[in-house]
Design a binder for this molecule. Sequence first.
Ligand code: FAD
Length: 300
Amino acid sequence: MDYKSIYENVKVGEVFYDHPLKDYTTFGIGGKADVLVKPTSEDELRNILKINHKFAIKTTVIGRGSNLLISDKGIRGTVIVLADNYSNITVEGEVLSALAGTSLNEAALCAIENHLSGMEEISGIPGSVGGAVAMNAGAYGGEIKDICILVKAFDFEGNEYEFTNSDMHFSYRHSKIFEQDLIVSSASFKLKAGNYDEIIEKYQDFTNRRISKQPLDRKSAGSTFKRPVGSYASKLIDECGLRGYRVGECQVSEKHCGFIINVDKATCTDMLSFIEEVSRIVSEKTGFVLEREVKLIGEI
Ligand SMILES: Cc1cc2nc3c(=O)[nH]c(=O)nc-3n(C[C@H](O)[C@H](O)[C@H](O)COP(=O)(O)OP(=O)(O)OC[C@H]3O[C@@H](n4cnc5c(N)ncnc54)[C@H](O)[C@@H]3O)c2cc1C
């Protein structure tokens, strides 16, 4: 496919060809995208979707890559990145709205500056607003579904939709976005006016808990596995004696057993087989089946 001539005269944002993806993930793993596009507005996003639909170009959307395992062969077609390039926050009364690429932490800090409470629990999740909405991300008892009141989304033909909270089918690390193959363009959150000192204290408490318990300086995608009903993945992995367990470049974190880390140069193939092995050992020793939370995308 002659991508260059297709994208040449259309306003879609920055375009890169045959572009490495590993630096777009917190795992630091992944092959190349045929095309990588960074739209900066809804118009540019709509333009890419419409042109890709017209030319039947396979399209993949990623946010800040903090829950992703990208295959070594990379991703065919076009990868749309919605991160810093697609970022903006507005606040009206108790409602904070943000474009999908906005960092969740920046949104939470903006809420605090406006003396609004409700995002402190999820503030340390290193993803985008769009990725967090799609995943119904959550931490310390708070979840996106508790505060999200409106989601603006596109389908892969460039049609636009608006969804209220109940439309979104939010459940544990899941939403309508995955059911119907949609793209979050922006989201609005209903927060609560509060006392600045109390809000910032809560925020700092959650930040400190994360720093003390999670290997934030290592390459990972956070919790590798979903929480199994009746237990915790990290507890089960620890009980199986796997704390610090390492095969080649993949390792169960010493600091938090729920995190599997890329020591430095792991491939996607290495990581997948390591994840499978950890899961197999846990299943054999405890009977609990660990399901991968990290999303695998690309050509296998
Ligand atoms: C150190 C660390 C700590 C973490 N802690 C937590 C935690 O406490 N709680 C938690 O829930 N998660 C946690 N995570 C995982 C991750 O940060 C979340 O899942 C986050 O919501 C993913 O957002 P993202 O923008 O990085 O999405 P990506 O990783 O880029 O994508 C994840 C999935 O969402 C889709 N997606 C991304 N953006 C969009 C969009 N705009 N529209 C449609 N689909 C989209 C992608 O296609 C993919 O399927 C952690 C990760 C790390 C590295």
